[in-house]
Design a protein around this ligand. Structure first.
Ligand SMILES: Nc1ncnc2c1ncn2[C@@H]1O[C@H](COP(=O)(O)OP(=O)(O)OP(=O)(O)O)[C@@H](O)[C@H]1O
Length: 242
């Protein structure tokens, strides 16, 4: 059974003119999908609709066999769907440690400690930053914190918008293997929206290309990585850092 499914999904900001139309997409356990496409194609709109931040205009979203209520972000999280938005949504003014603790929620103290340790195993660079305000750490550390917060919620499906925005490729390359191993070990389904197509395809199993709000093209990440110029010419225009 797919972890995350969209069925005939229309999304956007006005019911008379959807930004995204007729999306049918299924992400399997442990699968990473790179969602690619030019600026304005509707990638963020689609992720925000999955996460309930935008009400659906039509269609269904199903997580682990259970339909997710439209426009209800708490229901989406309860259902196991967690979004890391492009602004990373950290609690600035609180330490990195407090940010992580809030993600662990009401877990018992010993279990909470173990889960915090897990975050530091994923991202050892955070260890010396735990007492520092989340707003004061580097962009890479903020992204590590945001992803740790999301993973500590033990999502069934994880959506990450603009993973590499503002980050050096070397930082992104330290984050992607963590996502790969969590997907493999925990069966988490993931969708990555990523401008750096090459990096995205290294981490992903499958690529889905969104153009003008519809899925234009879909294939294995390896197949697409072998033919990037075609992808660039056909779909991405000049904005993508292929
Ligand atoms: N709050 C909003 N209200 C109305 N229209 C919006 C809003 N946010 C985005 N749009 C429009 O929806 C369309 C899709 O935007 P979206 O941000 O989803 O694309 P994207 O593929 O994520 O692009 P980018 O790579 O630039 O982030 C664009 O035409 C955009 O102008």
């Amino acid at each position: 059974m797919s972890v995350l499914e969209a069925l005939a999904l229309d999304a956007g900001y006005r019911s008379d003119s959807p930004v995204v139309r007729g999306i049918d997409l299924a992400v399997e356990p442990g699968e990473i999908v790179a969602l690619l496409g030019p600026n304005g194609a509707g990638k963020t709109t689609l992720l925000e609709t999955f996460a309930g931040l935008l009400p659906r205009l039509d269609g269904r979203v199903v997580v682990d066999g259970v339909a997710v209520r439209s426009g209800d972000p708490r229901a989406a999280v309860r259902g196991g769907l967690v979004l890391v938005p492009d602004d990373r949504a950290l609690f600035r003014g609180l330490s990195c440690e407090k940010n992580l603790r809030l993600a662990v929620g009401s877990a018992r103290r010993s279990e909470g400690r173990a889960r915090l340790d897990q975050a530091l195993e994923w991202f050892p660079a955070l260890a010396k930053r735990m007492k520092v305000d989340a707003g004061q750490v580097s962009g890479g550390e903020q992204q590590m914190l945001a992803i740790s917060r999301a993973l500590l919620q033990q999502p069934k499906a994880l959506l990450i918008d603009e993973l590499s925005m503002g980050l050096a490729p070397v930082i992104v390359e330290s984050i992607l293997p963590v996502l790969r191993s969590v997907a493999r070990e925990q069966g988490t389904a993931m969708i990555l929206v990523e401008q750096h197509v090459r990096l995205a395809l290294e981490a992903a199993d499958r690529a889905v290309v969104l153009v003008h709000g519809s899925i234009a093209f879909e294939c294995s990440a390896t197949e697409l990585a072998a033919d990037l110029p075609r992808l660039e010419r056909a779909y991405l225009g000049e904005s993508a850092a292929v």
